[in-house]
Design a protein around this ligand. Sequence first.
Ligand SMILES: NC(=O)c1ccc[n+]([C@@H]2O[C@H](COP(=O)([O-])OP(=O)(O)OC[C@H]3O[C@@H](n4cnc5c(N)ncnc54)[C@H](OP(=O)(O)O)[C@@H]3O)[C@@H](O)[C@H]2O)c1
Length: 301
Amino acid sequence: MKTLVTGGTGFVGRRLLSKLPNPAVVTRNAARTRASLGDLVSDVLEVDLAARPVELDEQHGYGAIVNLMGESIAEGRWTDEKKKRIRDSRILGTRNLVDSLIRSGQLPEVFVSASAVGFYGDPGNEVVNEDDKAGEGFLPEVCQEWENEALRIADHGVRVVLVRIGIVLGKEGGALEKMLPLFRWGLGGKLGDGQQWMPWIHVEDLVDMIVWAMNTNDVSGPLNGVAPDPVRNVDFTRGLAEAVARPAFLPAPKFGLRLALGEFAESLFFSQRVVPDKALTRGFEFQFPDLDSALEEIVSD
Ligand SMILES: NC(=O)c1ccc[n+]([C@@H]2O[C@H](COP(=O)([O-])OP(=O)(O)OC[C@H]3O[C@@H](n4cnc5c(N)ncnc54)[C@H](OP(=O)(O)O)[C@@H]3O)[C@@H](O)[C@H]2O)c1
């Protein structure tokens, strides 16, 4: 199946491309993308989807779309301008992508769109699955609007899967790229009291889940992109310290993180015990179902 990927230059997208036959990507910078992705892509379309639609004609007929674009939420302080980019790159970007497909008449069979566990807000110790409702605040609102834009194409008979992604763990990118150096220097520690639940997933399992969702006709709607083993932050901290064989006794207090990181710090204290019920009941198999096996693979050379 010919696939078009947005956000293909990112941490998740790059790994996904290596699992797809001749994928095409949409990017804001075609020259940089050709230079960095090379043989991984068959075609590169240049447009900033947050600003305008992309021109698609008959030669651009794709069986599947995977929509991963989005301004990073973890890089830089959440100024008003940054929050606008976080929203627009997801909500306007997805709106323009869906409009482009509808206008071209080149509808895919399946549209897999990223969302995030941020959808659920801060449900505390409750176990959360795909049937649970959205939380309140900036991230839950962005996620709901983002999902609603993707769902518009379902009215045209396209199967839509909304992957509510947890903290993605892998080599060279994502949350661990920032955390691992600190932990390797023995400077790691829990966040606040460490009791908050952290839904995580190994990047290999996430891209396999996306490909599985593309190819599994009876999967649609929300799909939690998390491992079956959410852990408390204190246990994640202990696991990562053990994986790099260093102590981790420097807790990061909430007020310090708020000072250093601004509003983004709040989301580090959301407690989200999210489980992948739909993936498990439909038969998806995780390569890294538990945190220790995932971290062991990631810290190994
Ligand atoms: N990584 C995680 O832990 C995690 C957790 C939950 C949800 N997610 C979601 O999963 C998706 C992929 O995550 P990722 O970690 O691979 O993201 P990433 O590495 O930050 O890459 C996202 C891609 O989106 C495009 N992009 C960035 N800012 C943009 C903007 N302002 N306007 C338009 N496009 C923009 C970029 O592509 P070009 O530069 O080529 O245009 C970039 O390569 C994102 O939607 C993210 O929200 C990720």
